[in-house]
Ligand binder design. Structure first.
Ligand SMILES: *Cc1c(COP(=O)(O)O)cnc(C)c1O
Length: 378
């Protein structure tokens, strides 16, 4: 830091210079984030100083959080769910496993494992590390959903949790949660659903899928307002069916206005809670459905266009994630060539494919231009 501060104008031009180095989302097809809705940005700005880590000082913000939890709970089949607004899917996943882990440890279990699909988000590798829990990876079926028999085979007397994914990060696939829920219920195992991406998509698809608290075996859900919920970063959401699991996370907070804290982090953004509250109220289910419908229309258009130039999808898209099949030796070259033309795309692990996420910032014109470039580079 310099001894003397800079002028306001100096700072503004410095920021502008940095901003120009960042990409704008228009050519980004690799991200699950997007521009926040205008109303989210407005609400975020209005509550910049609000800290839910000490929520007694911000009862208005806390009221918004409580209502957001009710709104998202109701969207996911349980308006009486318990939870809080986290920093994202990673924190929600950590907290879900920490809650059931704490409970089992108090019950006397010392060695534990959880079972996740091979397609699980890398946050589960962090969980293995932080919580010292073995993470067992279940195999997939040919549609890249978790194979139920593989999950069953991996369960043993140390298994404290099974994780199912509603919208896998790489392929946008939904695990057979109805069957997994039945296994969880029968064996009395905690079932966590990672709907970080799919939670704000699946309820609005034309095709209906069972994935949420309407399935009796589902114990907790992670869903991210900062992905398809059009909120600002950081906004994740952690929901439990039963309050006792939220209480497993409580730590006493002696010098604050509240007695205890359940979040992983301390100081916590009230701004992104206000943003989430505002955008859910503003759009309503109808507005969110409109956004998802448009993303799905463009997703289908992209897949149709790719098929016309003989590039098949790995799976018929379930949500607004498209993966295109290429020979393993080709996919890197295609991705690089597209990047050379200004696109940002990504490549999946297994099977190797070109991955494109059709977020709300993607427009019809973008899809058309992308398809022309794709045809050119192949
Ligand atoms: C994005 C994602 C996460 C991680 O969420 P962050 O908000 O990046 O922490 C976890 N699970 C799934 C399925 C995701 O798509």
């Amino acid at each position: 830091m310099e001894e003397h501060g800079m002028s306001r104008e100096g700072i503004e031009s410095l920021l502008q210079e940095k901003k120009l180095k960042d990409l704008s989302y228009e050519s980004v097809l690799s991200s699950m984030c997007t521009y926040p809705h205008e109303i989210s940005a407005y609400a975020h700005n209005k509550f910049l100083e609000s800290n839910l880590g000490d929520s007694g000082l911000f009862p208005g913000t806390k009221e918004m959080e409580d209502e957001v939890i009710r709104m998202i709970g109701a969207l996911l089949g349980n308006e009486n769910a318990f939870g809080y607004i986290s920093t994202g899917g990673t924190e929600s996943n950590i907290q879900a496993i920490r809650a059931i882990g704490n409970r089992k440890r108090r019950e006397g279990l010392s060695e534990m494992n959880i079972i996740v699909p091979e397609t699980a988000h890398f946050s589960f590798d962090k969980i293995a590390d932080i919580l010292g829990i073995e993470v067992r990876k279940a195999a997939l079926d040919e549609e890249l959903k978790v194979a139920v028999n593989s999950v069953e085979e991996l369960i043993n007397d140390k298994t404290i949790c099974v994780v199912g994914i509603a919208g896998t990060t790489e392929f946008g696939q939904i695990d057979p949660l109805k069957e997994i829920s039945e296994i969880a219920k029968e064996k009395d195992i905690f079932l966590h659903v990672d709907a970080a991406f799919g939670g704000f998509v699946i309820p609005f698809l034309e095709e209906k899928y069972e994935f949420d608290f309407s399935l009796e075996g589902v114990s907790s859900i992670s869903i991210d307002p900062h992905k398809m919920g059009m909120s600002t970063i950081p906004a994740g959401c952690m929901l439990f069916r039963e309050e006792l699991y939220l209480e497993e996370l409580a730590v006493p907070t002696p010098y604050l206005t509240t007695k205890e804290q359940c979040s992983l982090i301390g100081t916590r953004s009230g701004a992104s809670v206000a943003a989430t509250f505002a955008v859910l109220k503003y759009l309503g289910r109808e507005g969110l459905k409109g956004i998802v419908s448009e993303c799905m229309r463009l997703t289908r258009m992209l897949v149709r266009g790719a098929k016309e130039i003989d590039i098949p999808p790995v799976i018929e898209p379930v949500m607004n994630v498209v993966t295109l099949s290429f020979p393993a030796t080709e996919v890197g070259r295609v991705a690089n060539a597209l990047e050379g033309r200004g696109w940002r795309v990504s490549v999946t692990r297994v099977p190797k494919a070109l991955r494109l996420v059709i977020m709300p910032h993607v427009k019809e014109e973008t899809v058309k231009t992308f398809l022309e470039d794709l045809e050119d580079v192949v």
